[in-house]
Design a protein around this ligand. Sequence first.
Ligand code: NIG
Ligand code: FE
Length: 404
Amino acid sequence: MTDLVVYNAAELATPTENDPLETTANGAVAIDDGIVVATGSTDEVTRAYPPENAANSIDATGQTILPGFVDPHTHAVFGGTRADEFTAKLEGASYQELLEDGGGILRTVRSTREASREQLVETLVAQLDVMLAHGTTTAEVKSGYGLDVETELKLLEAIAIADERHPIDVVPTFMGAHAVPEGMAADDYVDRVVEDQLPAVADAGLAEFCDVFCEAGVFSVAQSRRVLEAGQGAGLSAKIHAEEFERLGGSQLAASLDATSADHLLQATDDDIEALGDAGVTPVLLPGTAFSLGAEYADAAAFEAADVPVAIATDFNPNCYSQSMEFAIDLACNGMRMGPAAAIRSATSTAAAAIDRTDGTGTLCEGAPGDLVVANVADHQHLPYNFGVSTVQTVVKDGEVVHR
Ligand code: NIG
Ligand code: FE
């Protein structure tokens, strides 16, 4: 028996191999054994898979079916919040000043070290609930608020447990090189990341990616190279926070290492964009971060002109407190001036590429995981057109309704 048939949708929209966003009027999807088995017009799909014979069915009249959103960059597991820094920033403090004064990431490190693993699991699961309610069905989550072996392991264990407990597929990234601990030289700390943290993480099999904050005043290009090469040596694919505040050369490093993604890229040059495109590194733009910092957005048009597709992500963290990929799509359009179809592709199939998911995740093509969103809008354009509210009605993961 078919698990689920969603039918009668005003529009079905999905990236396909040949089309950045293929749309079908009066669309439907059938899912069996957690996998998409048919996709297309309601006539075609329901002829092969009648809704009345399915275990579950959804009449999506007037609504739009999209792939579940993929959030490829979050720092969603941490202790405490930093709402007071939000206020301080609005009064003129800069992100880097706060960090230099022991605030920012370093403050979250202190509260994260104090939290128990179970507390971290519970807060992460609560964050995943919010993500799910806004259409995310796969999310990358980074460690990086521990900065020592014990706490980095605690964070990655919390991520693994939350993944088990929650319908969202959670993809773990080790980011011991997120900040330099207070009172330590960056080079000495990189030794600790490479010699102590990374082997422990790799032995425990707790991470798929290794990430580094390559930025002026944090980790240099040479230090970032050391971390990422050691990560690759331990079997972790490379990701990098690059050219956020200053153009340091992290994109070129990512290209030379065949990294999976390079993220932020506000200061990336045309040469950087070309290098990323040539090397097959997926650029990940984070419009929520620019929005919350009052900074200029990354130049999405420059990537488009170079024909290098970008992913978008929430970057959910204590400095950018939004779990919503719906909002990221809103900002991609209303802030970065991307078209709705391009923004939705960035939040689905290209986002899946940014975390090496090549099984059709982020699409509703036959054979893809049965992860979808039914949005209460007449077509995909209405999603970012109607900003600041949630239009996600139903979320399906592996063929099961997990949010309604
Ligand atoms: O991607 N840039 C480094 N990491 C995060 C911020 C983390 C924090 O401020 O707690 C980011 O924006
Ligand atoms: Fe980040």
